[in-house]
Design a protein around this ligand. Structure first.
Ligand code: 5GP
Ligand code: MN
Length: 344
């Protein structure tokens, strides 16, 4: 595959040449009649959806009329992540089989594109926008900045280079992406560049308080009670991770059923697990089928959880990563425990 920029495993930021290649890739999608398909990763989070829908609105401003946005799997977006431009979302089955331009968002590997992965071959031009250090270097043109706090930082910079003016709705999508991936501007990659972008987005007229309340500070009563029960069963292993400590919690389908909660409410639970002071590493297992678990991992700096996630078939960042685990909860915890021990 003719990859123009970062090779797998490099830590380099995009060069001016890389930005120019990305600008050219987008321009190929601006020709009259061009069909553009935007795809973000499966089970999209705020950054995946927000960077895609923010960028989509920018493309509309540039005159793109044939524009589809989608992601693999069922077309449902958790309520806290509802945002402008969701009318552009179409089911994956309706996605153009051979678009003129394909742009992917926040996907670190081809597997994150599910059944839409074939568009990397069928699209005339494919552009990958991402910020995962574990990005495998797919796509004809790839713009991956492992130092960017969110894919929306990359998307916003590309829009700026294309001279697209920000409006409120575009800014809301890009802000949701930024605020979710930085944990409300608290995580380590919260650089001056992040705050400068946030300032531009806020200046476009978004309602920061309302967005924060909707995304972070609002939860059904049943979810609050369920969180309490799951956290009540959490386990701390001070000797794990070479003595740096591991804390883990397990949320089952029974927990969801008992409290009549949809699975997405569990996305916020890792934040309660990771604040345990005695542990460098936090682990949350979210059951999605009898022997299948969505696993979230966080590190405070001692462990590289991205390495463990990649070894177990997933990906992510050094301090925040995940994978899909198969088997019993104890088997998965054991697998992580062993790989953690091997890091020290
Ligand atoms: P979270 O724990 O919040 O779901 O995800 C943390 C980070 O790990 C995100 O950057 C996310 O993209 C990545 N991640 C989570 N689950 C998976 C997975 O199953 N596969 C891959 N490749 N990355 C994942
Ligand atoms: Mn992201």
């Amino acid at each position: 595959m003719n990859t123009t920029t970062l090779a797998a495993g490099t830590t380099g930021r995009p060069t001016e040449q890389d930005w120019a290649a990305a600008v050219n890739a987008v321009r190929s999608g601006l020709r009259p009649g061009a069909r553009v398909l935007l795809v973000c990763h499966v089970n999209p989070d705020g950054d995946a959806l927000g960077s895609m829908l923010g960028f989509a609105q920018g493309l509309r401003k540039l005159g793109v009329t044939s524009l589809q946005c989608t992601f693999p799997g069922a077309l449902s977006v958790p309520e806290p992540l509802h945002m402008p431009a969701m009318d552009l979302l179409i089911p994956e089955g309706a996605a153009d089989p051979a678009p003129d331009l394909l742009v992917t968002f926040d996907a670190a590997s081809e597997s994150r594109l599910g059944a839409l992965v074939d568009r990397l071959e069928t699209a005339t031009v494919s552009l990958v926008l991402d910020h995962h250090a574990s990005n495998t270097g797919f796509g004809k043109v790839s713009l991956v900045d492992p130092c960017a706090a969110a894919t929306s930082v990359v998307a916003a910079e590309l829009l700026r280079r294309l001279d697209v003016p920000l409006d409120r709705e575009m800014a809301e999508c890009l802000y949701i992406a930024l605020v979710t991936d930085t944990g409300s501007f608290k995580f380590d990659l919260t650089t001056p560049e992040v705050h400068e972008l946030a300032a531009r987005l806020v200046a476009a007229g978004i309602d920061v308080g309302a967005i924060s309340r909707r995304i972070f500070d609002s939860r059904p009563f049943g979810a609050v009670r369920m969180f309490g029960e799951v956290m009540g069963r959490a386990q701390l292993e001070p000797e794990s991770a070479g003595g740096r400590g591991l804390v883990y919690a397990v949320a089952t389908l029974d927990d969801l059923a008992k409290h009549q909660q949809p699975p997405y409410v569990l996305e916020a639970l890792i934040d309660s697990v990771r604040c345990v002071a005695e542990a460098d590493v936090a682990l949350l297992l979210k059951q999605v089928a009898p022997a299948e678990w969505a696993v979230s991992m966080r590190s405070k700096g001692g462990a590289d959880v991205s390495r463990i996630a990649v070894e177990l078939g997933g990906g992510g960042h050094r301090l925040a990563a995940g994978f899909t685990g198969h088997g019993t909860a104890e088997q998965i915890i054991d697998a992580v425990r062993g790989r953690l021990a091997a890091q020290f």
